[in-house]
Write a protein that binds this ligand. Structure first.
Ligand code: G16
Length: 543
C-alpha cells in the first residue's frame, strides 16, 4: 500500500480551544480540513512512530468517516497500533481508561461534547496525552503551530477498514485493533466501587432513572446499571447513541435534559436521576424534586469520599476550576487538605493528579472526576453518588441539606449569553477589564469589592503560566462575580457570568438561588452593559 503525500494549504483557524478543536460539521467535511488537523497532531508529536494510539468518538454525525480518514493517516504517519472502539465508538472517560491501561502514547477523541450533532451542527477532535488526559497547553499550542506551516499531509492509499467487528487487521505496517468500547471501563468501575452494595440498592425498592440523551453513555449505562448491578430494565432511557442525538442537545442540565428533570420533579418521581453528555464526561445529579449544582456535588463527594472503597484512605487534595463555587474549599479546610484553584479546562488538573497532589476535582460545568483516570467522568460521578446514598440510606436532598447545615451553602448560578457577535463579546470583556483597577474598594450591589482581577494561573507542578482566564470580582462577604468567554462554542461568542453568595445560616439555606443572587445578577448585567450593547433582556441558558 502506497503512502500518498498530498499538498495542502494551512487553515488559519485550527487553534484548539478549552477542549480540542470544535467546528461545524460542514467545516470538518471540507477536505482537507480534518486531514490538516490530524497531520498537525502527528507533526507536533515527536516519538509517536511505532507507538499505540487510542481512537474513538461519541458516534455523532461524521464520526465513522473521520475514523477511516484518521486510521489511514495514522498508518501513513508511522503509528504502530491504533486501538479503535467497535463502531468507532468510545466515551471520553473510556479513552482515558484505555490509554492508561494499555500504556498508549496518546488518543484522539472525536466529539464536540455537549454541543448538538448532525449535518448542521458540531464536530470536534481532541488529542489526549499518555497520562490519559487532555493535552496541556504546551502540546495544543504546538499542534496549532504545526497547523500553520503545513504544506502536505500523508495518507495511506487503502480501502476502508471493518470497524464493526472486534479483532486485529493490518493496515500497511500498522495494526488496527477493534476493541469492545465498554469492557475496560466497566471493569475499572467494578474495581473502584462496591458493586455488591450498589446491587443491593438498585435491586431494592430504590428507583433510579438514567437518561443517556441518545449519546455515548447508553451502552455503558446499560452494561453497568442494568446488566452488572441488576437495576430493572428501563432504568436507562435514550440508551442508543444516535448521530444527531435524536435532535436534542446532549447536555445534562435542567434546560436540555428537561424530560428527566420533569420526571424527577413529578408527583411519582424516582429516588434518583442522572444524565450524561454527548461524550460521557459530564453528569447531572437529581434527587426527588431536588437538583444538585455541580459545585455542591464536588463538595459533597469530597466530604463523603471515604464511603467509597477506592477513597477509603482519604483524599490528598481537591481542585476546582476558578468559576466553580468555593463549596469544595470549605470541605478541604475542614479535612485539612489543600484545595487548588485552576483555570477552566480539565487539562489543568492533569499535573496535580499526576503529582499525587489531588484525588478529586471538579468544575461548575457539570464535570467531576478523580485520580482513577485523567478526564472527568459522568458515570463515575453517578456511581459515587449511589455509593453515598447506599452508605447512608438517605436520599439526595437529605444528604445535600445536611451538608449545607454543616458547611454552609454556596448559592450559585451561571448565566450564559450565547451567540453574541465575536466583536461584542470581546468588547465587553475589554471594557470590563479596563474598569477592574478602579473597582476594588467600591461598594457595589450593597457589597464591598475586596479585589478585582484578571485570573492568571501558575501551575504548581511545572511552573507554566496561563493568563487571561476570566475576570473576577471578590467581595468582602465571600461573594464572587466572574466573567469569561467560553472556549467551546462554534458560533460567535458566549459570555458566561458566574454568581456566588455564601450563606452559613441553615434557616436561610432553602431559597431558589436566583433570589439571594439577584443583586449580583443585576450587577453583572450592568457592568457588561448587556442590554445596551445587545438588547438581550435575559440569558440564553441559566444553570
Ligand atoms: C470542556 C472542558 C471543561 C470546561 C467546559 C466548558 O468540557 O473540558 O473543562 O469546563 O468545556 O468550557 P467553556 O466554559 O470554555 O465553554 P466538555 O464537556 O465540553 O469537554
Amino acid at each position: 500500500m502506497k503512502v500518498l503525500h498530498i499538498p495542502t494549504q494551512p487553515f488559519p483557524d485550527q487553534r484548539p480551544g478549552t477542549s480540542g478543536l470544535r467546528k461545524k460539521v460542514r467545516v470538518f467535511q471540507q477536505t482537507p480540513y480534518l486531514h490538516n488537523f490530524i497531520q498537525a497532531i502527528c507533526n507536533a508529536l515527536p516519538g509517536h512512530e511505532g507507538q499505540t494510539l487510542v481512537l474513538g468518538g461519541d458516534g455523532r454525525y461524521f464520526n465513522r468517516e473521520a475514523v477511516q480518514i484518521i486510521l489511514k493517516m495514522a498508518a501513513a504517519n508511522g503509528w504502530g497500533r491504533v486501538i479503535v472502539g467497535r463502531g468507532g465508538l468510545f466515551s471520553t472517560p473510556a479513552v482515558s481508561t484505555v490509554i492508561r491501561a494499555r500504556h498508549a502514547f496518546g488518543g484522539i477523541i472525536l466529539s464536540a461534547s455537549h454541543n448538538p450533532g448532525g449535518p448542521e451542527h458540531d464536530f470536534g477532535v481532541k488529542y489526549n496525552i499518555g497520562n490519559g488526559g487532555p493535552a496541556p497547553e504546551s502540546v495544543t499550542e504546538a499542534i496549532w503551530a504545526a497547523s500553520k506551516v503545513l504544506s502536505a499531509y500523508q495518507i495511506l492509499d487503502a480501502a476502508d477498514i471493518d470497524i464493526d467487528h472486534e479483532g486485529e487487521t493490518p493496515l500497511g505496517a500498522m495494526t488496527v485493533e477493534v476493541s469492545n468500547p465498554v469492557s475496560e471501563y466497566a471493569a475499572l468501575m467494578e474495581r473502584l466501587f462496591d458493586f455488591n452494595a450498589l446491587a443491593r440498592l438498585l435491586q431494592g425498592p430504590f428507583r433510579m432513572r438514567f437518561d443517556a440523551l441518545h449519546a455515548i453513555t447508553g451502552p455503558y449505562a446499560h452494561e453497568i446499571f442494568e446488566k452488572r448491578l441488576g437495576a430493572p430494565m428501563g432504568t436507562v432511557v435514550n440508551g442508543t447513541p444516535l448521530p444527531d442525538f435524536g435532535g436534542g442537545h446532549p447536555d445534562p442540565n435542567l434546560v436540555y435534559a428537561k424530560a428527566l428533570a420533569d420526571e424527577l420533579f413529578s408527583a411519582d418521581a424516582p429516588d434518583f436521576g442522572a444524565a450524561s453528555d454527548g461524550d460521557g464526561d459530564r453528569n447531572m445529579i437529581l434527587g426527588k424534586g431536588f437538583f444538585v449544582t455541580p459545585s455542591d456535588s464536588l463538595a459533597v463527594l469530597a466530604a463523603q469520599a471515604t464511603c467509597i472503597p477506592a477513597y477509603g484512605g482519604g483524599l490528598q487534595g481537591i481542585a476546582r476550576s476558578m468559576p466553580t463555587s468555593q463549596a469544595a474549599d470549605v470541605v478541604a479546610k475542614a479535612l485539612g487538605i489543600p484545595c487548588f484553584e485552576t483555570p477552566t479546562g480539565w487539562k489543568f488538573f492533569g499535573n496535580l493528579l499526576d503529582a499525587g497532589r489531588i484525588t478529586l476535582c471538579g468544575e461548575e460545568s457539570f464535570g467531576t472526576g478523580s485520580n482513577h483516570i485523567r478526564e472527568k467522568d459522568g458515570l463515575w460521578a453517578v456511581l459515587a453518588w449511589l455509593s453515598i446514598i447506599a452508605h447512608h440510606g438517605q436520599g439526595v436532598a437529605e444528604i445535600v441539606r445536611a451538608h449545607w447545615a454543616r458547611y454552609g451553602r454556596h448559592y450559585y448560578t451561571r448565566h450564559d449569553y450565547e451567540e453574541l457577535s465575536a466583536e461584542v463579546g470581546a468588547q465587553m470583556m475589554h471594557a470590563l477589564a479596563a474598569q477592574l483597577p478602579i473597582l476594588a474598594g467600591q461598594t457595589l450591589a450593597g457589597r464591598t469589592v475586596d479585589s478585582a482581577d484578571d485570573f492568571a494561573y501558575t501551575d504548581p507542578v511545572d511552573g507554566s503560566q496561563s493568563l487571561h482566564q476570566g475576570l473576577r470580582l471578590r467581595f468582602s462577604d465571600g461573594s464572587r462575580l466572574i466573567f469569561r468567554l467560553s472556549g467551546t462554542g462554534t458560533e460567535g461568542a458566549t459570555l458566561r457570568i458566574y454568581h456566588e453568595h455564601y450563606e452559613a445560616d441553615p434557616a436561610r439555606q432553602q431559597q431558589d438561588p436566583q433570589r439571594p443572587l439577584r443583586d449580583l445578577i443585576a450587577l453583572g448585567r450592568g457592568l457588561t452593559r448587556m442590554e445596551a450593547l445587545t438588547g438581550r433582556k435575559a440569558p440564553t441558558v441559566i444553570t
